[in-house]
Write a protein of this length. Structure first.
Length: 110
C-alpha cells in the first residue's frame, strides 16, 4: 500500500514476522524453560537455617519470572501471527485496488 508519504512493504512485514517466529519466540520460550528448570533447585543447598529464609522467596520469585516469560513468549508468537496477517491484508488491498483501477483503464484510454 502506497501513498504520498506512506508506504508499507508486505515483504518486510513477512520478514519481521519470520524473525519473531523463528528467533525471538523460541529464545524467550527457552529462557522460560530454563527458569522453570532452575526453580526446581535443591533448597537444602542453603542449609537448614538459610533455606527457610532464602529458598521459599527465591522459588516464588523464580516462579513469577518464569510465568512472565511464558506470557511474553505467547505475546511474541501472537505478534508474529498478527504481523503475518497485516502483510496479507496489505497485499490483498493492493491487489484489489490494482484490479479496480485496471477495469477503468480502458475507459480512460490507457
Amino acid at each position: 500500500m502506497a501513498g504520498k508519504d506512506f508506504k508499507v512493504d508486505p515483504a518486510e512485514l513477512d520478514k519481521f514476522s519470520g524473525y519473531l517466529e523463528k528467533t525471538t519466540s523460541p529464545a524467550v520460550k527457552q529462557a522460560a524453560a530454563d527458569v522453570h528448570t532452575a526453580n526446581g533447585f535443591d533448597n537444602q543447598a542453603f542449609g537448614i537455617f538459610l533455606a527457610q529464609v532464602f529458598a521459599v522467596p527465591a522459588r516464588i520469585t523464580m516462579g513469577v519470572v518464569a510465568g512472565n516469560l511464558d506470557k511474553i513468549s505467547g505475546n511474541v508468537t501472537e505478534t508474529a501471527d498478527l504481523t503475518k496477517k497485516a502483510a496479507k491484508a496489505y497485499r490483498d488491498q493492493d491487489a484489489t485496488a490494482k484490479d479496480g483501477i485496471d477495469k477503468f483503464l480502458p475507459e480512460i484510454g490507457k
